[in-house]
Design a protein around this ligand. Structure first.
Ligand code: SF4
Length: 449
C-alpha cells in the first residue's frame, strides 16, 4: 500500500508532449504559452518524438517555403510518433494539411490556445497531480534564460498585398498595457536581461483598444507605443523594439533611445525603396519621407542601429524601380539588412498584379541587392573597431564567447566574438573592446579594467 498522501508511481508518471515550434518569434511566444499551460496541468515536455506520447506541431504559413517546411515536419512527427496535433498559421488552412496528412489527430488555427489544449486533453488526458504544479511564475520559455520575446498584440489591421497574416491571425488585438508590463516584470524578476518587443505592427499598439488607460505600480499609463516604451525602460533590462513602422509618432522614441531608456535599435521592415512598388505592396506609412526621417533619427541618436528586410522581384518591379531600391539602400545606409525574393502566397492579392518577375531576374536582383547591403555592412562595422561596448553573452565554447551589443538582436543579426571570453558565462554582461570586423560580425577582447 502507498501512504495515503502519495500516489502510485505509475499514476504519477506525467503524460509527455513533444513540441515543435516553427516560424517567427510571434509563433514562438504562442508555443511558450501553450507549453506553460500544459506544464501547469502536469504534462511533461519530451525532447524527442519517440519519448513523447503525442506531438504538437506549431506551424508557419507565411510563404510557400515555410508551408513546405511545416508539412514536412508534420510528416516527420507522424512517422516517428504517429499522434500529432497541428496548430499555428498553417492551421488556418486545414485542407492543405489534411490532403497531405489525413491522419493528424486535430488541426487548430493560429493563437487558438484553447483549441490545442482541448485536443491534447481529448487525446491524452491530463495527469492531475497537485504535487506537480511546479511551473515558474514567468512560464515556460523556449529562448535562453537571459532574453525573452514580449508579445504586445496579435493580428494586424494593414493589408499588404503580399501578406495573408491578417487573414490567418485576424485584426489587431492589443494586450492592455498593465498586463504587458506585469509580464515584463515577471520575466525580469526571473533573470531576463533583454526584452524583445514583438507584434505584427508594434507602432500601431493600442489603436484597437483606443489606447485604454491602466494603472501599473501606482502610475497611470495608456496602452500606446510611447507609454509602453517608457515604462519598459524603467525595468532595468535591455528593451529592443521590433516590427516598428515609420509612422510620425515613432520619432518620439528616438529621445528615449538617446537617453538610454530603450536600446538604440529599430527593426523596421521597409520592404522596398521605390514609392511605386511600396504603393503596389500597400505598405503602411509608404508615403512618409523615410530617408529624411532616418537622417533626423541619426541626428537625434547617432548610435542608432537600423535593421530592415526587403523583397526583390515583387510583381511588376521594373529595372528602374529596382535601381531606385539600390539607390535608396545606399542613401539609407542601413546597418542590418535581410532580403527575400518575392514568392507568391496562396490568397495574397499581389498574385493578381501583372508582370511577375522571372526567377533568374529575381536571383540577379537578389545577388546585387545583397552585395550592396554587404558592402554597407562591412563599412559600418569597420567604424566600430576601437570602440568599447557593453555586451550580453549568449554562449561560450572553447574558442571564446559569443555575445551581442545593443546593435545586434538575437538570431537575426551578427555577433560579437570575444576571443578571450572562455571564462564568461551565458547571460553575463561584459565590457569589451572591438578589435576587428568582417562583413557581418565583430571580434572583441575583454576590456582592461
Ligand atoms: S504589416 Fe503588412 S506584412 Fe506585416 S503582418 Fe500586417 S499585412 Fe502582413
Amino acid at each position: 500500500m502507498n501512504p495515503p498522501h502519495r500516489r502510485p508511481a505509475a499514476a504519477r508518471r506525467s503524460a509527455n508532449i513533444g513540441f515543435v515550434s516553427l516560424g517567427c518569434p510571434k509563433a514562438l511566444v504562442d508555443s511558450e504559452r501553450i507549453l506553460t499551460t500544459l506544464r501547469a496541468e502536469g504534462y511533461g515536455i519530451s525532447p524527442s518524438y519517440e519519448q513523447a506520447d503525442l506531438v504538437v506541431v506549431n506551424t508557419c504559413g507565411f510563404i510557400d517555403a515555410a508551408i513546405d517546411e511545416s508539412l514536412q515536419t508534420i510528416g516527420e512527427a507522424l512517422e516517428h510518433n504517429g499522434r500529432v496535433i497541428v496548430t499555428g498559421c498553417l492551421g488556418a488552412r486545414p485542407e492543405r494539411i489534411l490532403e497531405r496528412h489525413p491522419h493528424v489527430l486535430k488541426v487548430t488555427g493560429p493563437h487558438d490556445y484553447a483549441g490545442v489544449l482541448e485536443a491534447v486533453h481529448q487525446h491524452l488526458p491530463p495527469p492531475h497531480d497537485p504535487f506537480l504544479d511546479l511551473v515558474p511564475p514567468q512560464g515556460i520559455r523556449l529562448t535562453p534564460r537571459h532574453y525573452a520575446y514580449l508579445k504586445i498584440s496579435e493580428g494586424c489591421n494593414n493589408s499588404c498585398s503580399f501578406c495573408i497574416i491578417p487573414a490567418l491571425r485576424g485584426r489587431l488585438a492589443s494586450r492592455r498595457i498593465d498586463e504587458v508590463l506585469a509580464e515584463a516584470q515577471r520575466l525580469v524578476d526571473a533573470g531576463v536581461k533583454e526584452l524583445l518587443v514583438i507584434s505584427q505592427d508594434t507602432s500601431a499598439y493600442g489603436a484597437d483598444i483606443r489606447y485604454r488607460g491602466a494603472t501599473w505600480r501606482g502610475r497611470e499609463y495608456e496602452s500606446r507605443f510611447m507609454d509602453l516604451a517608457r515604462a519598459l525602460g524603467t525595468l532595468g533590462s535591455w528593451v529592443r523594439l521590433h516590427y516598428v513602422y515609420p509612422y510620425p509618432h515613432v520619432d518620439e522614441v528616438i529621445g528615449l533611445m538617446a537617453d538610454g531608456q530603450v536600446l538604440p535599435y529599430l527593426d523596421i521592415p521597409f520592404q522596398h525603396g521605390s514609392p511605386t512598388v511600396l504603393k503596389r505592396m500597400r505598405r503602411p506609412a509608404h508615403a512618409e519621407n523615410v530617408l529624411e526621417r532616418i537622417t533626423q533619427w541619426r541626428r537625434g541618436c547617432p548610435e542608432l542601429t537600423l535593421r530592415s528586410t526587403f523583397i526583390v522581384g515583387f510583381p511588376g518591379e521594373t529595372d528602374a524601380e529596382f535601381e531606385e531600391l539600390l539607390q535608396w539602400l545606399k542613401a539609407a545606409q542601413l546597418d542590418r539588412v535581410g532580403c527575400f525574393k518575392y514568392s507568391p502566397v496562396e490568397g495574397a492579392s499581389a498574385n493578381a498584379i501583372e508582370g511577375h518577375v522571372p526567377p533568374q531576374v529575381q536571383q540577379e536582383r537578389y545577388e546585387r541587392f545583397m552585395e550592396c547591403a554587404a558592402a554597407i555592412s562591412t563599412e559600418r562595422l569597420q567604424r566600430r573597431v576601437g570602440q568599447r561596448v557593453r555586451v550580453l553573452v549568449d554562449a561560450v565554447d572553447e574558442h571564446g564567447a559569443l555575445a551581442r551589443s545593443a546593435a545586434e538582436a538575437p538570431e537575426i543579426d551578427g555577433i560579437v566574438r570575444i576571443e578571450d571570453g572562455a571564462q564568461l558565462t551565458p547571460g553575463e554582461w561584459a565590457e569589451v573592446d572591438i578589435c576587428a570586423a568582417d562583413t557581418y560580425d565583430l571580434q572583441a577582447r575583454i576590456a582592461a579594467p
